[in-house]
Design a protein around this ligand. Structure first.
Ligand code: 13P
Ligand code: ZN
Length: 275
């Protein structure tokens, strides 16, 4: 099978197009990666080139040794992914130690993986372990409302989680574990990757102050849906904050407890503080 005919490639491209249409990917903003299943690699192996040169990842991810990933290219525009996939995205193969990668497909014209590859792979390594191999998608976007909130709310996991939970009844059901926040850091390197992957031990969402958001999930629908839900809640909160200095009414701590019971989710106590 051709790489472009594979279902996972189609799902990946659709995520990129959907994200562009949401307005989350100005210019080359944002990036995405998918940890490819063994059987999916077997289906496309005829098109994979294994003689490429090894290049440094910029960090070490031994838990991902020998795995293949579909990744967006550095400097590539999400709006172009569906039009020119062979140039905008590519498949990489990691070595056994998880220190180097080689390009096996795509990235035509001298492209290379996203500058956020260390963050993507360190997040994948954590998520593969804590989800028992279920999580396969890491998605980074620049959604305006979440970014706006990082100028207004304290950069604390408890505050972001609770304020966003209050904005839509479904939120605690969609992200019951909460949201982590990374203070402003230089993007694109190992340092921010270490901070973000630490948060991925307990959350599926990490906000980068004044920059954007990372989401992790089992498949493209769940991961895109998570980004969409958090950003929608952030949009409601920016509207509320613009309208009044203080909410007149909201979802209460008792309401959250009732919701948790009704929907069979566990909400960590540290987010259910009295204000
Ligand atoms: P890349 O074009 O290298 O993926 O970078 C975009 C981005 O959002 C950096 O955080
Ligand atoms: Zn970014």
């Amino acid at each position: 099978m051709k790489v472009l005919e594979a279902e996972f490639t189609k799902g990946f491209i659709r995520l990129c197009t959907d994200g562009w249409e949401q307005g989350w990917h100005e210019r080359n903003g944002g990036n995405a990666s998918y940890r490819i299943k063994e059987e999916e690699i077997a289906g496309i192996c005829e098109e994979l080139e294994e003689n490429g040169e090894w290049r440094k990842i910029g960090t070490c991810v031994p838990g991902l040794g020998n795995e293949y990933f579909l990744v967006t290219g550095s400097g590539k525009y999400f709006r172009n992914v569906a039009l020119k996939p062979e140039e905008c995205i590519g498949i990489i193969h990691l070595d056994q130690q998880g220190e180097n990668y080689k390009i096996c497909w795509g990235f035509q014209g001298g492209a290379r993986p996203t500058s956020e590859l260390p963050s993507h792979l360190m997040n994948h390594e954590v998520k593969k372990r804590v989800s028992g191999g279920k999580h396969r998608v890491i998605y980074h976007a620049h959604p305006a409302n979440v970014i706006a909130l990082t100028f207004v709310l304290p950069l604390e996991d408890e505050v972001f989680t609770r304020e966003l939970w209050e904005m839509a009844t479904e939120c605690p059901v969609v992200f019951p574990d909460g949201i982590g926040v990374v203070g402003w850091m230089v993007p694109g390197g190992r340092k921010i990757a270490v901070e973000t992957s630490r948060l991925m031990e307990k959350y599926d969402v990490a906000v980068w102050a004044h920059h954007g958001m990372f989401c992790s999930g089992e498949d493209f629908d769940l991961t895109f849906g998570l980004m969409h839900t958090v950003e929608k809640a952030a949009e409601i909160l920016t509207k509320v904050l613009a309208m009044v200095p203080q909410k007149r009414q909201t979802i209460t701590v008792q309401d959250f407890r009732d919701l948790a019971e009704g929907f069979h989710v566990t909400l960590p106590e540290r987010f259910l503080y009295e204000k």
